[in-house]
Design a protein around this ligand. Structure first.
Ligand code: NAD
Length: 313
């Protein structure tokens, strides 16, 4: 199987490292020194033992890659439209043989990424997945496998998705398919909405939200609004108490820096628009008030916009 991974950040690199064991993997990313490091010294992955090296293909340009069986999008949300453009030359369409058509998969967090890709590349071939894997980029050519967990793909189209799930499993990554991906996407969205923006604004690790009453109250309010929007949308959430689940995740990942905190510390645009911003957007559409998510969105957007004039410690 030939797989093009657009976005060789933490998650793209982690998946590329695993999948290149049994597939032809091409990593595409604009970060030149990362791509150069992979091509000269391989991609190193740190997990429990000593770091191990593998050799996926890596490039900054799609012309090196050509058509793929699967295109996986793992870029940050503000670059999804760019990824859709890049993916055009990696996608193969076989109307007479649907199984030979390229499958496009996004495992990005938040809402709206799949819609952008589906509009550009075709809804029938573009699916959403959710991953509980954790990854941290340590530097050019180096990634840390920060957390194990299942990757769940939306069930359609059956055949090519099943092949991809089988490949994940063969490469040591738990994977399954689900008919009710909405529940999974919204379950993860609620957790991200409760944790990410607050940890980015307060500059604290996840655990502080569970242990500090003032922060905990805000996380609960953000999560409660997100749950109300999900329920108004008719999503059948899996967690019996989704708000308590947010705090349980914050506690279980207590030492972690959320991805939004990492983005803000690095001065990179965050995914606020597709996380808390998406809750606000859906809330407006469905007539559900979301004042806390609205304020969190505005504050993180202001943080993103002022990164270049930030005053140091
Ligand atoms: P990332 O921040 O690691 O990488 C995003 C982009 O930033 C990449 O193009 C990368 O090359 C560039 N970049 C990263 N570090 C850089 C540096 N020091 N200098 C210059 N450029 C740099 O993004 P990610 O964590 O892989 O996230 C990709 C998508 O996957 C997002 O939608 C995210 O929500 C989702 N996701 C991530 C995780 C995770 O554990 N990382 C888990 C689930 C979902």
């Amino acid at each position: 199987m030939k797989i093009g991974i657009i976005g060789a950040g933490a998650m793209g690199s982690l998946l590329g490292w695993h999948l290149c064991d049994r597939a032809e993997v091409w990593l595409l990313d604009p970060w030149q020194s990362h791509i150069d490091a992979i091509n000269s010294s391989g991609l190193w992955c740190e997990h429990t033992g000593a770091p191990a090296v593998r050799h996926p293909h890596a490039t900054t340009t799609t012309t090196d890659i050509g058509p793929c069986d699967v295109v996986m999008v793992l870029i940050k949300a503000h670059q999804t439209a760019w990824a859709a453009e890049q993916a055009r030359s990696l996608v193969r369409l076989h109307p007479q043989a649907p199984s030979a058509t390229t499958l496009v998969v996004t495992l990005q967090n938040g809402l709206g990424n799949r819609d952008i890709l589906a509009t550009a590349l075709g809804a029938e071939r573009t699916i959403q997945g959710v991953t509980s894997l954790g990854a941290t980029l340590l530097g050019p050519g180096r990634v840390r496998y920060a957390g194990q967990g299942a990757t769940i793909f939306s069930a359609l189209p059956d055949e090519s998705t099943a092949r991809l799930a089988d490949l994940f499993i063969a490469c040591g990554l738990p994977a399954e398919m689900s008919d009710d991906l909405d529940a999974l996407v919204w379950g993860k969205l609620i957790v991200n909405a409760g944790i990410n923006a607050l940890t980015a604004l307060l500059r604290v690790p996840n655990g502080a939200l569970a242990t500090t009453p003032e922060a905990r109250a805000l996380a609960e309010q953000a999560a409660r609004e997100a749950v109300a929007v999900a329920q108004a949308r008719g999503v059948r959430l899996r967690e019996p108490d989704p708000v308590a689940h947010v705090l349980a995740v914050a506690q279980a990942t207590g030492a972690n820096r959320s991805s939004m905190l990492q983005d803000v510390l690095r001065g990179s645009p965050s995914e606020i628009a597709t996380i808390n911003g998406a809750i606000v957007h859906e809330g407006r559409r469905l007539g559900v008030p979301t004042p806390v998510n609205d304020l969190l969105t505005a504050l993180v957007q202001a943080l993103d916009a002022t990164a270049h004039v930030r005053v140091g410690e």
